[in-house]
Design a protein around this ligand. Structure first.
Ligand code: PAF
Length: 273
């Protein structure tokens, strides 16, 4: 596996390659969820490039940028074992300078759900993803469905900026008890981890209600909120795949999303129906 830290060197590498490139952007602390993105990229491309960059612009003041889990050596080993061809591991000054142009998230879809409590978060995500995609110029770029709003906004950006990349959505990986994998799960104590199971349980409840033909979104949200108690809920929403409000679940066009705080850790999860 080749490790590249400079954008120009990576651009040179990809410019001279006439192979299909699969790209998996990450912030490190890799887990099975990331490995499933890498495996999918391996299956569908001749070369796989992974980036590890904890992007400062997507953290708001007072968020966990400084304590975000960093496991550089373990991450390199995981990438090697997963037969990644190139690991892009840039320093922050390789990506950002003092006076920067940036991408702005759309005014509606970028400021609901996670964007409502974290204004400017998605500006940071879209800006860094735009930069990384321009450096790597992949054929396909892989993102997890767990971060459904991020995935939606990145797909939108790729389309609206006429970018030559195919954005691929990959299913969420869960622990055997249902907890969605996340780099932030390491913050949870044993007790909090048990509490966190309420999040996936509320989504399973929603799925069950839909299977019993209860399609009224208000009723489903009420049931989910009851199940989530006493967690601090940031949102429970039922939206279309385009992130528009739904009054009734539409099979094939619905995402049910939850964000709740367990201790001081924000956890996201969703199901696509
Ligand atoms: O999902 C993530 O890990 C990050 O938001 C991403 C897409 C790598 C951008 O920093």
């Amino acid at each position: 596996m080749k490790i590249i830290t400079e954008a120009l060197e990576l651009q040179e590498f990809t410019k001279n390659s006439n192979k299909t490139i699969g790209f998996v952007p990450t912030m490190g602390a890799l887990h099975e969820g990331h490995i499933s993105l890498i495996k999918r990229a391996k299956k569908e491309n001749e070369i796989v490039i992974v980036s590890i960059f904890v992007n400062p612009t997507q953290f708001l003041k007072g968020e966990d940028l400084d304590k975000y889990p960093r496991k550089d050596e373990a991450d390199k080993k995981i990438c090697e074992l997963a037969q990644v061809d190139v690991l892009f591991f840039p320093h922050a000054k390789e990506i950002y300078t003092d006076d920067e142009a940036s991408v702005l998230a759309p005014k509606v879809r970028g400021y609901i759900l996670e964007g409502a409590t974290r204004p400017s978060h998605f500006n940071g995500v879209l800006t860094v993803v735009m930069k990384l995609l321009n450096i790597v110029t992949p054929t396909n770029a892989y993102f997890g469905k767990k971060d459904a709003q991020q995935l939606n906004l990145i797909s939108l950006m790729a389309k609206q900026f006429f970018m030559r990349v195919n954005i691929v959505a990959v299913d969420t990986v869960r622990e055997s008890d249902g907890l969605a994998l996340s780099s932030r799960n390491v913050y949870l104590t044993h007790e909090q981890r048990k509490e966190a199971l309420k999040i996936s349980a509320s989504l399973y409840l929603a799925g069950k209600m839909v299977s019993k033909n209860i399609l009224d979104t208000k009723e489903i949200i009420k049931g989910m909120r009851e199940m989530l108690e006493p967690l601090e809920i940031s949102y429970v929403e039922i939206l279309s795949r385009d992130f528009e409000k739904l009054w009734h679940v539409e099979l094939g066009n619905t995402i049910i999303l939850v964000e709740a705080k367990v201790g001081s850790t924000r956890l996201l999860d969703n199901i696509w129906l």
